[in-house]
Design a binder for this molecule. Sequence first.
Ligand SMILES: NC(=O)c1ccc[n+]([C@@H]2O[C@H](COP(=O)([O-])OP(=O)(O)OC[C@H]3O[C@@H](n4cnc5c(N)ncnc54)[C@H](OP(=O)(O)O)[C@@H]3O)[C@@H](O)[C@H]2O)c1
Length: 249
Amino acid sequence: MSLRFTRAIIVGASSGIGAELARQLAAEGCDVALVGRRRAELDALAAEIAKHGRKAIVQTHDVTQVDETPLVFERLVEQLGGLDLIIYAAGVIHVPEEGVWDARAEMQQLQVNAVGAIAWTTPAAAMFEAKRAGTILGLSSIAGERGRRNMPGYTASKAALTTWLEALRNRVSRYGVNVVTVKPGFVDTDMTKHLTKKPMMIPVNTAARLILAAARRGDSASVFVPFQWWLVAMVLRHMPSFIFRRLDI
Ligand SMILES: NC(=O)c1ccc[n+]([C@@H]2O[C@H](COP(=O)([O-])OP(=O)(O)OC[C@H]3O[C@@H](n4cnc5c(N)ncnc54)[C@H](OP(=O)(O)O)[C@@H]3O)[C@@H](O)[C@H]2O)c1
């Protein structure tokens, strides 16, 4: 079975992977709602998509404003005339310097990467459960496999997101809802610009293509992008803690 998407919400669509997913979805005939805080970037992307004859709705929204989410979600579904795919791509990363501690920056990652995802995917899960159809896709990360010394809040937020998506999958896949967890390695976007080590980095268009292929399979999977990261994850998961803590990752 290969799913075809015609109406999608992309949260975190103003740049990087989210923007490229919106482009590729629109190119194959999907109307999209683009969510993010940066209006100019969203408007530019919507104009690009409109040139290809697809509807692109722009919605500025800060995902930490969770009280607004149910109403914004409802309005976007109405404007799209229904929904068959929601992608949660919003994310932030904070890599603290050695000896520097900043609780606010650490908590912000939990708010954006995990709490925002719960706020957006909950109304989608409820709607899809009632419809007995629909796809929820969340961009987690291989970083969520272990708690890392160089990005503690980020790794904690992605572990939370991965577990949330697994729970959602276990709750709604029996009603025909497809819940996809994507764990990319390094993708060439603004988020990775400042990182010094980026092994096996892939271009954003390749990442988006692999992500949409996983979504279309409709088998409620958890996938690494590209799949070779599965082997890295296996090694990381099984590494004893006393060794892992000595690594500078
Ligand atoms: N790049 C990688 O190597 C990589 C690897 C693994 C996982 N990921 C994950 O993939 C996702 C996309 O990342 P990316 O690489 O494409 O980075 P990016 O270009 O920085 O995109 C991040 C997106 O998140 C949105 N966002 C951030 N804070 C937000 C907020 N408070 N409210 C609403 N939207 C917010 C941004 O929009 P605004 O700034 O306009 O709000 C932007 O659209 C993230 O979840 C990231 O953790 C990336």
